[in-house]
Design a protein around this ligand. Sequence first.
Ligand code: ATP
Length: 237
Amino acid sequence: MAALLEVSRLQANYGPTRVLHGIDFALEDGSITALLGANGAGKTTTLRALCGMVQTAGEIRFGGTRIDGRATEDIVRLGIAHVPDGRGTFANFSVEENLRLGAYVRKDKRAVERDFECMYSYFPRLKERSHQQAGTLSGGEQQMLAISRALMLRPRLLLLDEPSFGLAPIIVREIFEIMRAINQHEKVSILLVEQNAAMALDLADHAYLIETGRVVLSGSAGKIKQNDAVRRSYLGY
Ligand code: ATP
């Protein structure tokens, strides 16, 4: 399968501090790919780099087009949607208003209306709460809203930063199962950043392990799961 995203020699800096030291990875069109690693490894920074939110060097190609150095808004228009850590929903806006904001760059207004129903079919709890303020939703519902809002863009690639954060395992499982269905039915590829390696490897097709700003291991999720060092350090058995 063709690569939708190709990243080579990617460096990222915060002022004088370099946190990504030339990482290479690729994401196949239609796949779910996980970036794993401990706190501070550089996973969030990698997603920010893809969105043009940090200073970078190296190459990022999306659908064959160079996107490194482009403005975040251009990158969004090309079809990359980002669900940041902390979720980034608008707390004082209703569920429906948040979803509408997710579609703000789209001109196909009829399709946008259909996509409301599409999101509500994946996440029926959001439909029940469509007029509720986002800030009053449970953590799991807020994560569902953050994902749906990003999907309202109809992206080709969804960047998900730590969707399991602060949620009970049963809710994470529910959300991950819906993510699998969305990946299969809506033709959206997913780059998933997760500290919960066990759950991420159950969902993903491929995975990369990042340690202190470098890719130290990559392969199919099945293969990574069997790696002794990964089992000891990230899976706990
Ligand atoms: P976590 O899971 O804890 O979020 P991570 O793998 O996502 O970890 P990053 O958030 O990408 O890691 O952080 C990588 C490094 O960059 C860390 O050492 C962090 O302290 C540093 N860093 C992150 N954001 C900034 C910033 N705005 N300014 C300076 N340094 C930063």
